[in-house]
Design a protein around this ligand. Structure first.
Ligand SMILES: [Zn+2]
Length: 115
């Protein structure tokens, strides 16, 4: 995964920690009824790989280098590494995010429904 220079800033490090204190559990695990603070796999087992015991602050709509999307707090979600891999792989294959807003409409401008 290529890392955008935004991630290297002190502003992101601070913002990331702030987000994790507000949302300290994987959102997709929570939707599956599981409490995962980074210690579990997405299947709910104890995470045996120590290097994967952390949480990712993910962009719901891929920012693709867009400054506003990158820094939009409403566009951030906490994921475990397993869910992050799954979500990113699907986006790479499809070329857009399937995430939906409160109104049920796909929020990624690259989603076919928005083009
Ligand atoms: Zn998860």
């Amino acid at each position: 995964m290529s890392r955008h220079p935004f991630y290297k800033t002190a502003r992101w490090r601070r913002a990331r920690l702030g987000h994790l204190s507000r949302e300290p559990l994987c959102r997709l695990c929570r939707q599956a009824g599981r409490v995962n603070d980074g210690g579990l796999t997405m299947g709910g087992l104890s995470q045996a790989d120590r290097r994967r015991r952390f949480l990712v602050v993910d962009h719901v709509v891929p920012h693709r280098g867009d400054h506003a999307l990158f820094w939009d707090v409403a566009n951030w979600q906490t994921l475990c590494p397993d869910h992050h891999d799954v979500v990113k792989q699907r986006e790479e294959v499809r070329g857009f995010s399937n995430a939906r807003g409160r109104d049920g409409w796909p929020i990624d401008p690259a989603h076919p429904a928005n083009r």
